[in-house]
Design a protein around this ligand. Sequence first.
Ligand code: SF4
Length: 351
Amino acid sequence: MTSKVMVGGVPVGGGARVSVQSMCNTDTRDVAATVAQIAALARAGCEIVRVAVPDMAAAQALGAIVAQISIPLVADIHFDYRLAIAAAEAGVQKLRINPGNIGGEEKVRALVACARAHHLPIRIGVNAGSLEKDILAKYGGPTPQGMVDSALGHVRLLEREGFEDIVISLKASDVASTVAAYRIMARTCDYPLHIGVTEAGTARMGTIKSAIGIGSLLLDGIGDTLRVSLTDDPVREVETGLDILRAIGLRKDGVSVISCPTCGRTQVDLVAIAKEVQRRVRDIRTPLTVAVMGCVVNGPGEARYADVGMAGGRDTAVLFRHGERIRTVRGAHIVDELMAEIQRVLAEKQG
Ligand code: SF4
């Protein structure tokens, strides 16, 4: 098991549930826009949020941001340890900075003293695109082992100061290298791992790459916190991260909609029904399984194991609740009737 760090009130590692992170794409100096985006991310289920801190003006905005948000804030800093100290003093809950890039032992010592005084963990974030020249020369390019070596180099600088509140990430934009690097690291140390495939692309391909990369690692038992990277609204990153956790069974909250792919036996507009059901159950947090099946061949079987289910007929649907056949409804009413059954089951569960 990995060691545990606390990011504000959120435990990372040590068997804690895998948390979902995202990163703002607002200008950090624009406090109102950043706070509004963090509120939207938190509503979507984001548990830790990161902002870029490229200069002192951004660092000085952090205090006002922290004061107005409900989830822990991570300051993302490159090269300038004074920005990290300013961020810590502004009240952020974690720093992302690579100590090997800040310019020497004195600065690392000052950074560590500051992180320790404020009880802040530090994430070392290695990116395949910015590996040290000697590592690139040794391995002939950005290999998984090279990424691990780079991270361990940064780790040693912190350990030398007696600091072990460390989280590590090793991101590449190619899925296989990312997974290989994390697998090596998981065998090498027990620091908690922040997992993700970086620069994964726009929503569709980015989701696929993230699901494969993050999903493979989680199925191996690797990963303590995750971030899906998408060239899109960061709210989608959070939704995708949560859905990856649900697909693997690491989160049980929310409604799992099981629906068939449809085929020549389907005589009801199942695609529209399934999409509409998925849309209407999106905000329900109670764990529930709903089966939306096209016909009576597999429908009753799936519906039997679902809390609520339907099996399509000729522009009709047979509804099931807890595996029992309830009634048959006509086409235009199917979604409303299915939702009414879902509400009944929710009321039972909550009552
Ligand atoms: Fe076809 Fe019925 Fe299977 Fe759906 S459940 S794919 S309609 S056989």
